[in-house]
Ligand binder design. Structure first.
Ligand code: ADP
Length: 508
């Protein structure tokens, strides 16, 4: 029996008892999704979330035959999946051919391929600190994906690569101009532009992928994998519409803004979603008390418990500010100390969770010494505490300097925790500012400065004093649809657009 939940928009689908199906209105589109990491196999960062959730959400739409391919990192628990060995083949390298082994498994119906070989398995990590090691690993992987497609005779309509690690697959296709792939549309997803794959150029060359001579690309970028993927792809997608515009500016373009501007019509942005089953205050088993739109007052129980746990004075009238973040310059956490000092005469408490850059860890930790009666800081990665903060804090501070999409603001809103964020990238696209919209769900500030942050926290504190107003913000945030399904419907539309464009260009 077919296991997926068939959904159709302008589409008639016939489901057969054996699990085969066909669409009578529109052809099923075949997509191969390439990523360096994917949940539940292995997750290091946000890309792992996206690659774990988006292909699944597209799969359950029912009319996208999407398959996922990831490197078989040593960190992946081999025994946890029932793996079928597929083909083995060699990938050419200037020091001699390198053997690739491929495996397939089925994740509740979603077909997943894993590729193994010496460059992938030799160092035990997913990402190494050595650009040469990662360059070799991911170029090998990217080229092996193209061989795998040939070997299993399943030709995708769309090759959807993500970030610099898998962008070489698109560059290789454009260089080799193989008639087999003449109808395959290529899409590169940008999750974080500054990671262009610096230092991987010599690895590309060792696998027969020379730098480009295309002069629209600055010379320093002519051997960088993500730049080459952007150069060669039929289309480029970023993880929010605002970020798609921002990367065309000097502030966010990582030096590629002028090159990117030559491709403006090929760039779009689609917001990521969140896993609405994991992030659901009504069923979240880590919470002291579950709650939903219908009984949001029960949320207070979680706040009291968290304040108790951290030894802070449990007064519901005092707004609790939260932070759940990597402590990196991108996240703007260095703006917080001066912002809080500027509003030290106001009533507030704060619980901050984060880990990362040692200097920023110190900066944030020192706040606890400076404000011993009202700030607590946890320097660690702690999944359970993160849930508790989302379910307890009145507001979440998100001062990111840039944010391609961001998940914490969406999770916060789902939990009735009101975001206070810099108006950038996905933060700007997902949060409606209190002053600017009747549908407001949070507070946005214009410049990533301590001054703007403190002014905006102050605005939030004033609204908090009017509990009805605050409740409106919470309820509107909790009602927003941040599901992956929403994103998947948009990706499906994009896939259809780029495959039609590709077909047209080939028949012209
Ligand atoms: P990024 O991927 O750039 O770090 P996102 O906002 O896209 O930022 O995603 C961050 C994710 O990591 C969220 O799910 C957030 O809850 C989680 N997270 C960040 N820091 C921590 C931490 N110290 N402990 C637990 N979870 C964290």
């Amino acid at each position: 029996m077919i296991s997926r939940n068939i959904y159709s928009e302008n589409l008639t689908i016939d489901v057969y008892a054996q699990g085969h199906w066909k669409s009578s209105a529109m052809k099923q589109i075949k997509v191969l999704f390439l990523a360096a990491e994917a949940e539940p196999f292995v997750k290091i960062g946000g890309l792992g979330d996206v690659a774990g959730s988006l292909p699944r959400a597209l799969y359950v739409l029912g009319d996208v035959d999407i398959r996922l391919v990831i490197p078989f990192h040593s960190a992946i628990q081999r025994q946890a999946y029932s793996l079928r060995p597929l083909v083995t083949f060699n990938i050419s390298h200037n020091e001699g051919p390198i053997r690739a082994e491929t495996f397939a498994t089925d994740l509740n119906g979603l077909q997943v391929y894993l590729i193994s070989g010496d460059p992938i398995q030799n160092d035990g990590t997913v990402y190494s600190s050595d650009a040469g090691v990662d360059g070799k690993k991911f170029t090998f992987f990217s080229l092996a994906v193209l061989e795998l497609i040939r070997a299993i005779n399943w030709l995708p309509d769309v090759l959807h690569a993500n970030d610099w690690h898998t962008a070489p697959a698109i560059y290789a296709l454009s260089l080799h101009n193989d008639p087999l792939y003449s109808k395959t549309a290529t899409l590169v997803g940008i999750h974080n532009l500054p990671y262009l794959g610096e230092g991987a150029g010599s690895a590309l060359q060792a696998f027969g992928l020379p730098p480009t001579e295309e002069s629209t690309l600055p010379q320093w970028a002519q051997d960088l994998p993500l730049a080459l993927g952007i150069l060669s792809a039929d289309h480029i997608v970023t993880v929010s519409p605002s970020y798609a515009r921002e990367i065309l500016t000097p502030d966010f373009g990582s030096g590629l803004e002028n090159f990117l501007k030559t491709r403006t019509e090929k760039i779009s942005g689609i917001l990521n979603g969140i896993d609405t089953e994991t992030w659901n205050p009504a069923t979240d088993s880590t919470l002291v008390r579950n709650y939903s739109l219908e009984n949001i007052s029960a949320r207070q129980v979680n706040k009291q418990a968290l304040l108790d746990e951290f030894g802070l004075h449990p007064d519901p009238e005092i707004p609790l500010l939260g932070l759940v973040s990597r402590l990196e310059p991108q996240k703007g956490v260095d703006l917080i100390p001066n912002a809080l000092r500027a509003i030290a005469d106001q009533p507030w408490q704060a619980i901050f969770l984060g880990t990362g850059n040692p200097d920023l860890e110190d900066t944030v930790s020192q706040l606890e010494t400076e404000f011993p009666s009202r700030i607590r800081v946890a320097i660690r990665y702690d999944e359970v505490l993160s849930h508790h903060i989302y379910a307890s804090a009145d507001a979440l501070i998100i001062p990111s300097r840039y944010e391609p999409c961001g998940l914490t603001q969406m999770i916060a809103m789902r939990y009735g925790c009101v975001p206070i964020a810099h108006a950038t990238g996905g933060l700007r696209d997902t949060i409606m500012d209190y002053e600017q919209s009747q549908k407001s769900t949070g507070f946005l500030f214009g410049d990533a400065t301590s001054h703007d942050l403190s002014g905006t926290i102050l605005r939030a504190l004033r609204v908090f004093a009017d509990q009805d107003d605050w409740l409106g913000l919470q309820l509107r945030g909790m009602s927003r649809d941040f599901s992956w399904r929403r994103s998947a419907v948009k990706y499906r539309k994009l896939y259809r657009t780029i495959t039609s464009a590709r077909e047209e260009s080939k028949t012209r």
